[in-house]
Design a binder for this molecule. Structure first.
Ligand code: 5GP
Length: 211
């Protein structure tokens, strides 16, 4: 079968449990998946390390990366650049790992344009009511911030149809398994296995007439 990994973009509303889901998936299947590390010009937060959460770069360094086409996509958020380095992603894909990019919708659509074979997954809560409940229970944001995140979710929900699959995050373990199964099935798509199919056809033709 095709030995190359699949590029996977995971997006989802704030509060849908994306972070926890990614962490569990990578813990459970560490040999299978690699999480892409983005480059950014923002300052590291306490505890963040260069090369772990992000590659922390100066604005000049980042602009050089753009000029040299070293990024698959990039976006500017509140004075800071964020982007996906191409080299790491391609290296991991070539080594057979499925590479996960955890980025927002705009970046996701740019990646799909550059790599049409990208699998797009959208993580959703079981219901809008549940999303609000999770944001409130997290207890880290004021009601104003929660309201603005819910508003953002309304905007982002417009792009959901661009994604290939929904991943409903109700029970964490079930959700991790469902996501893994979607990706396993994706590996078996006929269009991803052209060489295998051709080879099998060739072998079958060779068998004809044999005793
Ligand atoms: P933070 O500063 O909180 O770590 O991230 C801010 C935002 O940047 C988040 O919405 C995150 O998803 C997004 N982000 C992180 N890395 C990338 C990237 O490589 N490309 C794009 N387009 N967005 C990113």
């Amino acid at each position: 079968m095709n030995g190359k990994g699949i590029l996977i973009v995971v997006s989802g509303f704030s509060g849908a449990g994306k972070g926890t889901l990614m962490k569990r998936l990578l813990e459970k299947y560490e040999e299978t998946y690699a999480l892409s590390i983005s480059a950014t010009t923002r300052q590291p937060r306490e505890g963040e390390q260069d090369g772990k959460e992000y590659f922390f770069r100066t604005k000049e360094e980042f602009e050089k990366m753009i000029a040299k086409a070293e990024l698959i996509e990039y976006a500017k958020y509140v004075e800071n650049y964020y982007g996906t380095p191409k080299a790491y992603v391609e290296e991991q894909l070539n080594s057979g790992k499925d590479v996960i990019l955890e980025i927002e919708i705009q970046g996701a659509l740019k990646v799909k344009k550059a790599y049409p074979d990208t699998l797009l997954l959208f993580v959703v809560p079981p219901s809008a009511e549940e999303l609000k409940k999770r944001l409130v229970e997290r207890g880290t944001e004021s009601m104003d911030v929660i309201d603005s995140r819910l508003k953002r979710a309304v905007e982002e929900s417009d792009g959901m149809e661009e994604y290939d699959y929904l991943v409903v995050n109700d029970d964490l373990e079930i959700c991790v398994e469902e996501m893994h199964q979607i990706i396993c099935s994706e590996h078996l798509r006929t269009r991803r296995n052209g060489a295998f199919i051709e080879n099998l056809k060739e072998e079958l033709r060779g068998l004809k007439g044999e005793k």
